[in-house]
Design a protein around this ligand. Structure first.
Ligand code: ACO
Length: 324
């Protein structure tokens, strides 16, 4: 019988108090009205000065493990999607391994910017299917506030910090052949568009962490096209009609991009999980944060068919289809 990976627990964490658009009006030349109209964002959270990506990831991971009802010592793989590791090396994932008391298996980070969680899920799913691990922790965690240039109002209003995590477990196909868990994952990248969205720092270039640079309009155009394409790819591969999807859990970058993907899917917004207004763009954390929000609000339930999708710097993009 085939081995599948099933999501058995979910958790998330947002740091500090919300920072509203009105609070940003005090700091830079912007307005609540501009930010809301262009992006749908009302507020975001920022990590405290002494709060790191690993600190947020550990709390989200503990909540996911608790929700799964397992002991952290059972985890034999930890993969963290992040663009903002605590240190250039080693991986943030090994800090989680130590904090959670996991002694077996491997821990590593995945760098795919806002697609980091989808990339991490895709890798871990393959490793579970090939019997390289049995219980894995997949985390998306980012402190993009550390990469914001407060002289660039076109980018600094868009991002926030946070972490989300899921526990995946190796699961045998149901007796009647019904597939539960992760059904399909699809990841893509196109390095020709690297300069549309990047951070102008790095250990091998200027030894700085740098600031976010983005050609907003071009990124927007690619996001709308690439997300529509990958969503169609996943539907075709699984011979599904969009009406059969119960929930869309998109990367939360911009409400207009999300609405455009939902429209292409002919999916009413009532079936789309929207947290961008409260969280802003938390990069790799945005999908697991939205997923956890929807599970805890009793929107997404066991048996639901959930489609997750993201696009980020690279450009990278991807989608994952999951039966909860
Ligand atoms: N407040 C007030 N005015 C602003 C602000 C601001 N924060 N930022 C820009 N403006 C002004 C501009 O200066 C410009 O003024 P002008 O016409 O007088 O020159 C005007 O608003 C329009 O600016 P545009 O850049 O044309 O605005 P646009 O409608 O393209 O919206 C935005 C910008 C929101 C960034 C949009 O392009 C976008 O969402 N892009 C995609 C971002 C995204 O999805 N990223 C995902 C990946 S992120 C990752 O991977 C890390």
């Amino acid at each position: 019988m085939d081995i599948h990976s099933r999501i058995i627990g979910c958790g998330s964490y947002l740091p500090g108090n919300p920072i509203t658009n009105h609070m940003l009006e005090e700091k830079i030349d912007t307005s609540d009205e501009w930010i809301k109209t262009r992006t749908g964002i009302s507020q975001r959270h920022y990590a405290g000065d002494d709060e790191f990506t690993s600190d947020m990831a550990i709390i989200a991971a503990e909540r996911a493990i608790n929700h799964a009802g397992i002991d952290s010592s059972e985890i034999d793989l930890i993969v963290v999607g992040t663009t903002t590791p605590d240190r250039t090396f080693p991986a943030t994932a090994v800090r989680l391994q130590k904090a959670l008391g996991c002694k077996t298996g491997a821990a590593f980070d995945v760098q795919a910017v806002c697609s980091g969680f989808i990339y991490a899920i895709s890798i871990v799913n393959s490793m579970i299917k090939t019997k390289q691990c049995k219980k894995a922790l997949v985390v998306g965690a980012d402190t993009l506030s550390r990469l914001l240039n407060w002289e660039d109002r076109t980018t600094c209003v868009l991002f926030g910090d946070g972490a989300g995590a899921v526990v995946l477990e190796a699961n045998r196909e149901g007796a009647n052949g019904t597939k539960s868990g992760i059904i399909s994952t699809h990841i893509h990248s196109d390095g020709n568009y690297e300069d549309l969205l990047y951070c102008d720092g790095g250990p091998s270039t200027n030894q700085k962490s740098g600031f976010i640079k983005m050609e907003g309009k071009e990124v927007f155009r690619h996001a709308v096209n690439n997300l529509a394409a990958v969503v169609q790819e996943i539907l075709d591969k699984n011979k599904l009609k969009s009406e059969e999807i119960d929930w869309l859990v998109p990367h939360q970058a911009n409400r207009r991009i999300i609405e455009s993907t939902a429209k292409k899917l002919k999916m009413p917004l009532s079936k789309v999980i929207l947290t961008v207004d409260k969280h802003a763009n938390t990069s790799a954390a945005s999908i697991p944060l939205a997923l956890d929000y929807a599970i805890k609000k009793n929107k997404i339930k066991s048996g639901d068919l959930v489609l997750m999708e993201a696009m980020g710097g690279g450009l990278t993009w991807g989608a994952s289809l999951v039966r909860m």
